[in-house]
Design a protein around this ligand. Structure first.
Ligand SMILES: [Zn+2]
Length: 332
């Protein structure tokens, strides 16, 4: 059955996804109040989330990865064209995202020798959930700001407003406003009886299989996108589908909408995007992970969560423990 763990409500389930635990008051009511924002930015409670080429600053140790926030005074020349973006407050600190240039990067790394600028996608589950969420939020805005430098209508430069949450064309006759953009995508675990379907994209690392996923097209509902993508990628017809939870996925700008779906049968065939499809029962999944013929998406992904919840429902066990055990064996 597709009925996965229903013992928790949807909000709780969604909060278990990586990058959802931001828990900041976004202070929307202050975004248009430059005096208030300037005072917050100059206060001792200000913390800056530095982004260099879309990479986040993390201290790396044996215990995992820790987000590094810069204090006021640590950055001398804040960017006048891309001023700090107000993210929000956790009740103790005001968080701002800030873009830094190459020379600022050198200064920051000299002051924080334990830290590196890392692609957040490579951050592990060991990283504190709240801070992973703050970094993902900052990264998403940074990416949008840097890819909408010019107005899409008249080509004039855009200027940041609303404390970083709006871009406005400087050409007064145009004055087009642009807001942060998110690309919705669906991701779906297909099941039939006691098995689930995983696919392999030819561009992925060897042995990597995952749930099926794809972007939602204009003029299409999320549900229609699931039905279309599954047929395009696997030639599978679905009898039931159910929304599960979502995940911000700023790599670069997606919002992943997770579903479970039940297939009519186990008949399937690869389309243009995939090179292989496989059905796995729990026993087959256990064996494949342990013998290292199957590698799953990282636990930070909703792909892993969808599969792990299905796995837990089937056998009462924790998929992450299985993966860790298999990795331990591999290292020996
Ligand atoms: Zn314009």
């Amino acid at each position: 059955m597709v009925q996965a763990d229903l013992s928790i409500d949807r909000i709780t389930r969604s909060h278990r996804n990586r990058f959802t635990s931001v828990r900041l008051d976004r202070l929307v009511e202050y975004r248009e109040n430059p005096e208030w924002v300037a005072a917050a930015q100059n206060s001792d409670a200000a913390r800056f989330v530095p982004l260099w080429h879309s990479r986040s600053l993390l201290a790396v140790s044996d215990e995992g990865q820790v987000a590094i926030y810069l204090k006021p005074g640590e950055l001398n020349h804040l960017d006048a064209i891309q001023p700090p973006t107000l993210l929000g407050t956790d009740g103790k600190r005001y968080f701002f995202a800030v873009s830094i240039n190459d020379s600022q990067r050198e200064e920051v790394l000299a002051r924080h020798p334990e830290a590196q600028f890392i692609d957040l996608r490579r951050a592990t589950m060991d990283m504190d959930a709240k801070h992973a969420g703050v970094l993902a939020y900052a990264k998403a805005l940074h990416y949008w700001q840097h890819r909408h430098i010019f107005c899409g209508v008249c080509g004039s430069p855009n200027r940041l407003q609303s404390s970083g949450h709006k871009l406005v064309c400087i050409n007064e006759e145009c004055a087009r406003q642009t807001f942060p953009r998110i690309d919705p995508a669906i991701i779906v675990l297909i099941t039939h009886g006691n098995a689930c379907l995983l696919g392999r994209n030819a561009h992925w690392p060897p042995k990597h299989f995952s749930t099926l996923a794809g972007f939602v097209e204009p003029g299409e509902s999320l549900e229609d996108a699931v039905v279309r993508e599954v047929y395009e990628e696997a030639q599978v017809r679905l009898s039931k589908l159910r929304y599960v939870s979502s995940q911000p996925w700023p790599f670069p700008a997606s919002s992943m909408c997770g579903f479970y779906a039940e297939a009519d049968s186990r008949d399937c065939a690869v389309g243009d995007e995939l090179e292989e499809l496989r059905w796995y029962t729990v026993d087959e999944l256990n064996a494949a992970v342990m013998e290292d013929s199957l590698r799953l998406s990282p636990p930070v992904s909703i792909a892993f969560r969808l599969l792990a919840d299905w796995y837990h429902k089937q056998c009462g066990k924790d998929l992450e423990q299985l993966v860790r055990k298999a990795r331990g064996l591999k290292r020996r």
